[in-house]
Write a protein that binds this ligand. Structure first.
Ligand code: ADP
Ligand code: ASP
Ligand code: MG
Length: 407
């Protein structure tokens, strides 16, 4: 059972969450509870790091931002103990949850089960684990990227061969789009792993992308449900195999990502190796490049455009300026447009239906929204647009593809 930030935002909510855990214990289950930091806490910690050191040492970033989860893990264990349920807390390093050393976006390598299982054998009924954090081969604290507690939860479910992995959050399941942006958004009873994976990676933060990948790979029975609603057996949304869904819409959902930046290198040389010379330093600087467009070349020069999260713009600028100073690349200007958002439509049905892209473009044009960059893959189409049109675009697409209606 994983409880996100809003579900543990106050002592009272921790008590409510603990009661849910108690219900499962009463059914005879041993439970592993994964907790996030209290809502807002991680943002505050990230803010403190940035204020102290804008080009921070990622190891210390992790040391700071992982701490919110330590508090809730201890408080949850104490709350359970107050309910006479034998529980104890575990920080990532105590498990130990072993990760790579890619600080701030580490990947889980291994979760040994013996320590926790021994305690279950000795009568412990609930292991409360601090989500989002682990330990690197060098013995330093790592974090798994924002939203990483979801991944901790699925990884534990896989490692312990759990019967279920229930993700408790502040909405009662996965919707056709973010219900905060579109009031016609419809809760889905089921969604296919592949669609959930795309929605998550394109910005639907209800599940961290990596958690969906892990659930798909290890066949974890993954549910998303609300910690505020009365418990029931078929509440929430089940993330499952495509074959387990009877009917589905061509477009399953619309996702958005608010904090995108569009970066354009004006007039770079057009020669073999130029893309590598640009994107290698960006990758080494830890910039997550998403869309890439290279314009038509003229007289041996071309423009190269890419998108990345707004928070990485400074890093990207520095990496490219350094590469220019070293003579690895040359360009006239680097233009950063930090006012864009990415809107995507996702659906497995696109494999067999044509016309989705054309319809998407038509809908946006009839709202007067200009498209700046387009990318497509087998089951998704993404566009970059001005951020001020983001909500409008999501709502218009949701209407046009009739997502409020069930297939
Ligand atoms: P938690 O703190 O529990 O991990 P998050 O804030 O990370 O919760 O994720 C839940 C939020 O995800 C919801 O409040 C909702 O605004 C947002 N969200 C975005 N897209 C969707 C979607 N398609 N379905 C449900 N929620 C979504
Ligand atoms: N507290 C972390 C975050 O806000 C991890 C999580 O909540 O999943 O990103
Ligand atoms: Mg989350």
């Amino acid at each position: 059972m994983k409880f996100g930030g809003t579900s543990v935002a106050t002592l009272d909510r921790i008590r409510r969450a603990a009661k849910r855990v108690g219900l499962e214990v009463a059914k005879g289950y041993d439970v592993i509870v994964i907790v996030s930091a209290m809502s807002g806490k991680t943002n505050e910690l990230v803010g403190w790091v940035n204020e102290t050191s804008p080009m921070f040492d990622a190891r210390e970033y992790d040391a700071v931002v992982s701490s919110g989860e330590n508090v809730t893990a201890g408080l949850m264990a104490l709350t359970l103990q107050e309910m006479d349920i034998p529980a104890r807390s575990w920080q990532g390093w105590q498990v130990p949850l072993k990760t790579t050393s890619a600080h701030s976006s580490a990947r889980i390598e291994e979760i040994p089960t013996d320590n926790i299982n021994r305690k279950f054998g000795e009568g412990m009924q609930v292991a409360v684990v601090a989500g989002f954090q682990g330990i690197s081969p060098e013995g330093r604290i790592t974090t798994l990227g924002r939203g990483g507690s979801d991944t901790t939860a699925v990884a534990f479910a896989a490692a312990f061969d759990a019967e279920r992995c229930d993700i408790y959050t502040d909405v009662d399941g996965v919707y056709t789009t973010d219900p905060r942006v579109c009031d016609k958004a419809r809760k889905m009873d089921r969604i296919a792993f592949e669609e959930m994976l795309e929605l998550a990676s394109l910005g639907a933060k209800v599940l961290q992308t990596r958690s969906v990948e892990l659930a798909m790979r290890y066949k974890v029975r993954l549910r998303v449900l609300s910690s505020f609603e009365e418990p029931s057996d078929n509440a929430g949304t089940l993330v499952c195999d495509e074959e387990d869904i009877m009917e589905s819409n061509v477009v399953a959902g619309v996702a958005y990502s608010r904090d995108e930046a569009k970066m354009t290198l004006v007039s770079v040389e057009d020669r073999p190796g130029i893309a590598a010379a640009i994107f290698m330093p960006l990758s080494e600087a830890g910039v997550n490049v998403d869309m890439i467009v290279q314009n038509i070349a003229e007289e041996g020069r071309t423009d190269m455009t890419f998108s990345c999260p707004t928070e990485q713009v400074k890093r990207a600028q520095k990496a490219l300026d350094d590469a220019k100073a070293k003579g690895d690349i040359s360009f006239n200007e680097l233009v950063a447009d930090t006012g864009v958002a990415k809107i995507s439509v996702v659906g497995i049905g696109m494999r067999s239906h044509t016309g989705v892209a054309a319809k998407m473009f038509k809908v946006l044009s009839s709202e007067g929204i200009n498209i700046k960059v387009i990318t497509t893959s087998e089951i998704k189409i993404s566009v970059l647009i001005d951020r001020k049109y983001m909500e409008l675009a999501v709502q218009a697409l949701h209407d046009a593809f009739e997502l409020e209606k069930k297939a």
